[in-house]
Design a protein around this ligand. Sequence first.
Ligand SMILES: [Zn+2]
Length: 199
Amino acid sequence: MPKRKRKPKSTAASDVSGEDIVVLRETVPLQLRYYGDPVLRKRAEPVAEITDSERQLAEQMLMTLYATGNGIGLAATQVGVLKRLIIVDIGEEDDEEYEPLVLFNPELLSSDGEIVAEEGCLSIPDVTADVKRPESIVVEGVNLQCEAIRIEADGLLARVLQHEIDHLNGVLFIDRISGLKRRLLSEELTRIQQAEKPY
Ligand SMILES: [Zn+2]
């Protein structure tokens, strides 16, 4: 999910300060998959074991996210890998600094409230829409150190987590808007679908 209504973040990969996340210098960004690619509609498989290859995938995804310049979240599905892995880095919100988050097998445990906010998606460039989602959520998953973690989130973090978990189930944010609104976006969606490389 890209950042909206903010200045694009210019964080270089080497500036990542997450204690246990080291983006290797030789890591190269992965190819993003775009709307129309069938992989975006598939359900990702749970990760049974976190090995070096999963760790490397997480690092490559972070590199890919930072390479977009305005990304705040990415699901493995968006780089064509059907594993239940998401990464989130919202930077700072309300003067609070958030560490990059790597989460395997994320599960939405509970949700509360309802709020509408604008969303976009790195796989659907230049398309935004207001999406109604629960306002606060509890998510469980496994971090890079194979520890089970529980996250209580609201605001932007809650929104990104829900958006990225949707990707693991083959769901896109445009599925959560009305048919009428989607028809209004149909020209843009067709453009992305027909482009060889939107970027
Ligand atoms: Zn997305």
